[in-house]
Design a protein around this ligand. Structure first.
Ligand code: ZN
Length: 271
């Protein structure tokens, strides 16, 4: 018997620009409106990145505070997950600072990888400090794994006592430089998750639908939204993040996994 399906919406991200889709939300009130519609469609968690006035990714704490307040007002039950990446090129101190805002969750990018033409640096000393900050502020780390060795790193850090079990993994499938979005790869990653811990999957671009559908069938959870994909079908832009949420919720329903309420999600994700 699988758990109800936890659907996370990631409405903005770092790399999705207005040139790619005019529908990506940048401003706090735009993100809040997408949060409200996504929650109504069945999302239980929102993963938040913020942008500056020019639409560039920023780790500005004021901007995070403003956005979190707007989202909490628009969608009170939604669990809040703040990025500690911002984009692949932010300073470590700025990445750590968002943990002090005490969201429900924050991303924990569990290893260094090539990211397109760049290098997304996540050295072990930084990750141990991030894990300690999460423990200190009572924030659940979402263990973003872009490859197999990232899962193994998390297990090692858990043994050191810096990550608490049960853990919450997020598998990022199909970043250029990360693990490819194939069924075999996703099932291999899921097989490395210790008993009692839970996992969710992201598929980038056209991999979103197959990877999330497989995750649902295999007992995992899903993340969808414009951070990962802007097309709802071939050549058709989604006009709202809620469209992706609706599709994930419907896929879950057909598979016998109704969408988790925020209360159920809290029990699964923050366990
Ligand atoms: Zn993100």
């Amino acid at each position: 018997m699988s758990d109800p399906l936890v659907v996370t919406v990631a409405p903005t991200g770092a790399d999705t620009t207005r040139e790619r889709t005019p529908h990506v939300p940048y401003e706090p009130e735009e993100i809040a409106a997408e949060a409200r519609a996504s929650a109504a469609a069945g999302a239980a968690v929102i993963h938040i990145h913020v942008r500056d006035a020019e639409g560039r990714p920023t780790m500005d704490l004021g901007r995070y505070r403003e956005t979190v307040a707007a989202v909490r007002e628009a969608a009170p039950g939604l669990l809040i997950n703040l990025t500690t990446a911002g984009s692949w090129s932010m300073e470590e101190a700025d990445r750590l600072a968002v943990v002090s805002l005490r969201p429900d969750l924050c991303s924990f990018d569990a290893g260094t990888l090539n990211f397109g033409d760049g290098v997304f640096l996540n050295p072990p000393p930084f990750l141990r400090v991030l894990a300690e900050a999460c423990l200190e502020h009572g924030v659940k780390p979402e263990l973003e794994c872009f490859d197999v060795s990232h899962v193994e790193f998390c297990l090692r850090v858990a043994e050191e006592g810096l990550l608490r079990s049960p853990m919450w993994f997020q598998f990022v499938m199909g970043i250029p430089g990360g693990i490819a979005a194939t069924p075999r790869n996703l099932l291999h990653l899921a097989g490395g998750v210790p008993a009692g811990s839970s996992w969710s999957a992201i598929g980038v671009g056209r991999a979103q639908l197959p990877m999330t559908s497989l995750a649902i069938a295999a007992g995992g959870h899903v993340r969808v939204g414009m951070e990962d994909n802007v097309m709802i079908s071939r050549g058709v832009l989604a006009t709202s993040n809620a469209e992706f949420v609706e599709r994930a919720v419907e896929t879950g329903r057909l598979a016998g996994r109704p969408a988790a309420t925020p209360e159920q999600a809290r029990a699964i994700v923050l366990a």
